[in-house]
Design a protein around this ligand. Structure first.
Ligand SMILES: [Zn+2]
Length: 189
C-alpha cells in the first residue's frame, strides 16, 4: 500500500521526521487524505477541514499544499476523526472518517481509536500492521456541502491594523481599543 507518493514504510519514516514520533493517527490520516483526493475532480483546487486538531492536520500538511499557515487547512474541532476536502467556491466536498463500526476485525486499531487500553499497553507495531492490512476498508466516505462561512474571506482579513496604546504592538483594530493581550487574554502570566 502507498500513502501519497510514499511506500507505506517510507511514509512511517516521514511521519517520525515531521511529527516527532510515529502517531497512528497520522498514518490513518494519510490514508484518509488519499481516499478524499481520489474522489475529487482532477486538477481542482480544494481546501481542507480537519475535525480534530490531533494528528490529522499533520497528515494533511505532509501530503498536500494545504497548511494552517496558508489557511487552506482549517480545524473545526468536533473531536470526530474526520477530514473534508472541498471546493472553496462551491462548498462541495468529500468527507472521510474513521468508522468505529468497521473495526470489529481490527482489535489493535480499535483499542487505540477508542482508547480501550492505556497507551503504554498498546502495541504500535500491531496497530501499524493492522492499518496496512485494513487498507481503505475501515473508513466511511460521504458527500457534503460546506457552510458559506468557510468559503468566503474572513472578515478580519479586511480589517485595519492599529498600534495598541498599552504595548505599542500592531494588532487588528476590530478586536477592540487595546490588543487582546493587554485586555488580559494573552497566554502569559
Ligand atoms: Zn497591547
Amino acid at each position: 500500500m502507498k500513502i501519497g507518493p510514499y511506500e507505506y514504510d517510507a511514509f512511517i519514516d516521514k511521519v517520525r521526521e515531521f511529527h516527532g514520533s510515529v502517531a497512528p493517527g497520522i498514518v490513518a490520516g494519510g490514508i484518509m487524505v488519499d481516499i478524499a483526493r481520489d474522489r475529487l475532480p482532477e486538477g481542482e483546487f480544494f481546501d481542507v477541514i480537519c475535525e480534530s486538531q490531533h494528528c490529522l492536520p499533520d497528515a494533511v500538511q505532509l501530503l498536500t499544499p494545504c497548511t494552517i499557515g496558508n489557511r487552506w487547512l482549517k480545524i473545526v474541532e468536533t473531536s470526530r476523526y474526520a477530514l473534508t476536502f472541498y471546493n472553496k467556491y462551491t462548498g462541495s466536498g468529500v468527507r472521510v472518517f474513521l468508522d468505529a463500526g468497521r473495526l470489529g476485525d481490527w482489535p489493535a486499531i480499535r483499542a487505540w481509536f477508542l482508547k480501550e487500553k492505556p497507551k503504554k499497553e498498546q502495541d504500535l507495531q500491531e496497530i501499524l500492521e493492522e492499518f496496512q492490512r485494513a487498507g481503505r476498508g475501515i473508513y466511511g466516505v460521504e458527500q457534503v456541502k460546506v457552510k458559506e462561512e468557510f468559503l468566503t474571506v474572513p472578515q478580519h482579513r479586511r480589517s485595519a491594523i492599529a498600534l495598541c496604546p498599552s504595548c505599542n504592538e500592531a494588532y487588528r483594530s476590530d478586536l477592540g481599543d487595546e490588543c487582546p493581550a493587554c485586555r488580559g487574554l494573552g497566554p502569559y502570566r
